[in-house]
Every structure is written in C-alpha cells, then in structure tokens.
Write a protein that binds this ligand. Structure first.
Ligand code: FES
Length: 159
C-alpha cells in the first residue's frame, strides 16, 4: 500500500510531538492538544499513532479524547460558531438563534458546512450570561442575539 506524502508528514509531526513529552508523566493530554493544534482535529489514525508512541492502549487514548470537550474528533470548519444554550440564554430564546443559524448554514449542531467554512456547535455556558443569548464566533462573543442578528452575523462572516 502506498503511503501519501501528507500521511508521512503527519506521522513525522506526531513523532516530533511525542518525543517532546517522552518520559513525562501525564503526557497524553498535552500531546493530544498539540496534535490537534497541528491538524485541527484528532483523527483515528493520529490517535492510534499517539497510543503507539506513548505505549498506551488505544482505548485509553480514544477515551480521553472523547471525554474532554476541548478535543475534536472530526474536521472543523474555518470558523467555529458556538451557540450558548445555558439557562440564561435558553430563557431568552437561544433555541431560535440556533435554529436560524442552522437553517442559514444548512447544517445541524456538531456539523461542518460542505465548503468547510463553518462548524456549528451548542455549548452549555459561555460565561457571559449578562449578554444572553450569546454566540461565540471563533474567539469573539456576540451578545443579545436573536434570529435576525444571527443571520446578519453570518452575512458579515461570509463577506
Ligand atoms: S448561559 Fe449563556 S452565557 Fe451563560
């Protein structure tokens, strides 16, 4: 079987990351963080290589990666849109904001648009309850959202 150049590059990069942490206790999480930073998400192959490199059971690596919300097991869009559905946002209509964004993007929570530009996610609380309903786009918070403002926000992100 032929191994692609991209696969070789990935393999080398992961080896480098593992080497940096070799022998350190509790290396798994920082290694997974760096692998995700390098490739945007943790593929099954990447996690398998991490398991092998650190001498850990695959099930342990997959278990940790799927337990923590910070890890992504699927490719992500260039823009991450997080809609808060915590209590404060929920009572102020966050579901409508999520529905408007989902409809405009043509995807549901946890999915990526076909052009790879957007990921839509639901989160429990963004820590800005005074601005409810709140949406976070990449690192920026947008408060007091409603369906119309959500569509305007998408429009500005697309242009
Ligand atoms: S509940 Fe939405 S920001 Fe806290």
């Amino acid at each position: 079987m032929k191994t692609s150049r991209a696969t070789l590059q990935r393999t080398d990069r992961i080896k480098e990351i593992i080497e940096k942490y070799r022998g350190e206790p509790g290396a798994l999480i920082p290694v997974l963080q760096e692998v995700q930073e390098a490739f945007g998400y943790l593929s099954r192959d990447s996690m398998g290589q991490v398991a092998e490199g650190l001498g850990l059971p695959r099930a342990q690596v997959f278990g940790v990666a799927s337990f923590y919300a910070q890890f992504y097991l699927k490719p992500r869009g260039q823009n991450m849109i997080r809609v808060c559905l915590g209590t404060a946002c929920h009572v102020r209509g966050a579901e409508k904001v999520l529905a408007a964004l989902g409809e405009a993007l043509g995807i549901g929570p946890g999915e990526v648009t076909a052009d790879g530009k957007f990921t839509l996610e639901r989160v429990a609380c963004l820590g800005t309850c005074g601005l409810a309903p709140a949406v976070m786009v990449n690192e920026e918070i947008h408060g007091r959202m409603d369906a119309q403002r959500a569509e305007e926000l998408l429009h500005s992100l697309r242009n």
